[in-house]
Design a protein around this ligand. Structure first.
Ligand code: PMP
Length: 367
């Protein structure tokens, strides 16, 4: 604690990101990055943009990028917001749509979920409640059908990887749409991992983007960090009703008019246009996920059913802490959340087949 910090800074409880080791000694399965490179077309677009035009500010409205996202996701450009990674988009969304202060109605998010949500809630002084997950770690959507200050959850959930069926997502959005005297609140569905839920058609059906026209209070949040293999570029989006997008712009323009730089803009546009490449690497990740999951279950591990690019895994006898240490000493980094109910699980990002074979070898040797 520094005496220079104001009370707000003193009271913050910041998010702790997964380790980014500075050498390449580790097989890195700890931050859900994509093991395959970004599309070569994306790299080329970024190189082409790296010229004297960097003298100029980027387009604050991100028009060309929003058009490319709109085309890819079958929505209108006015229904798209772009930010510096989806973490920033989420921070803006909490600020724009959830009321702060002691007398505000609490927002709802699951007891086990993305650990940045409570951090944003603290940052903006938003009260919250955390309905527990079911015994099988699924989210009970009925817990979210009550008046509240808003709802946020990832679909698939993190770190479980488990998917809420689209009909249940719609039921939550419908309840809070402000009709028939029921709730009136924004429902944020964080779809960071949705592209791993199946093939392109299945993803389109599963994604809440499909339902934004029906539900003006439904905001979906997307990222290029996972399926587009661009965690280093920092690009995230929100897709929803125009009024919600305008709300996000108001917050952004009270903070930083240019969160998306020229290089990110060019890379993002190229990524949106190269659907074929990304569908191919997503298929590879999903195939590896299914293979590794089956092999672990065969060895007696518990593995939750994942629709994401990671597996949530429990060793048959070792504690989460012990299993984490064994993997680390074998040069494999994974993520351990030392929290109630999940302390014996590890979150393992799906890597290349060779990386996952190395992981499985350690798992098999340490039964
Ligand atoms: N949402 C969820 C559920 C995540 O796991 C992550 C990645 N840590 C993010 C959002 C943020 O991703 P990014 O800021 O890289 O877009």
């Amino acid at each position: 604690m520094s005496t220079f910090w104001n009370s707000r800074t003193r009271e913050l409880s910041p998010y702790i990101p997964g380790e980014q080791p500075r050498n390449e000694r580790y097989i890195k399965l700890n931050t859900n990055e994509n093991p395959y490179p970004p599309s070569p077309v994306v790299i080329e677009a970024i190189k082409q943009a790296a010229d004297e035009r960097l003298r100029l500010y980027p387009d604050p409205s991100c028009a060309a990028l929003r058009e490319a996202v709109a085309e890819r996701r079958h929505v209108k450009p006015e229904q798209v917001f772009a930010g510096n990674g989806s973490d920033e988009v989420l921070a803006f969304a909490f600020a724009a749509f959830f009321e702060g202060g002691r007398s505000a109605a609490p927002i709802l998010f699951p007891s086990i979920t993305y650990s940045f949500y409570p951090v944003y809630a603290h940052l903006w002084g938003i009260p919250y409640e955390r309905p527990p997950l079911q015994e099988d770690f699924s989210i009970t959507h009925n817990d979210y059908l009550k008046p509240c200050g808003g709802v946020v959850f990832p679909n698939p959930n993190a770190p479980t990887g488990m998917m809420m069926p689209p009909d249940n997502v719609r039921a939550v959005a419908r309840f809070h749409a402000g009709q028939n005297g029921r709730g009136h609140a924004v429902v944020i569905v964080d779809e960071a991992y949705i592209d791993f839920a199946g093939d392109a058609d299945a993803v389109r059906q599963a994604s809440a983007v499909h339902y934004i026209e029906e539900h003006p209070n439904l905001l979906t949040v997307h990222t290029l960090s996972k399926s587009a293999s661009l965690a280093g570029l920092r690009l995230g989006f929100a897709i929803g009703n125009e009024e919600l997008i305008d709300g996000l712009c108001r917050v952004r323009d009270s903070f930083n008019s240019y969160p998306v730089d020229r290089l990110a803009m060019s890379g993002g546009i190229a990524a949106m246009k190269d659907a074929a490449y990304y569908e191919a690497i997503t298929r590879a990740v999903v195939a590896t996920r299914e293979r590794v999951s089956a092999a672990l279950i065969e060895m007696g591990y518990t593995v939750l059913p994942s629709s994401a690019n990671f597996l949530f895994v429990r060793h048959p006898v070792m504690s989460g802490g012990e299993f984490f240490a064994v993997l680390r000493s074998a040069g494999i980094l994974v993520r351990h959340f030392n929290k109630e109910r999940i302390a014996d699980f590890l979150r393992v990002t799906v890597g290349t087949d060779a990386e996952m074979d190395a992981f499985l070898t350690v798992c098999g040797a340490r039964l």
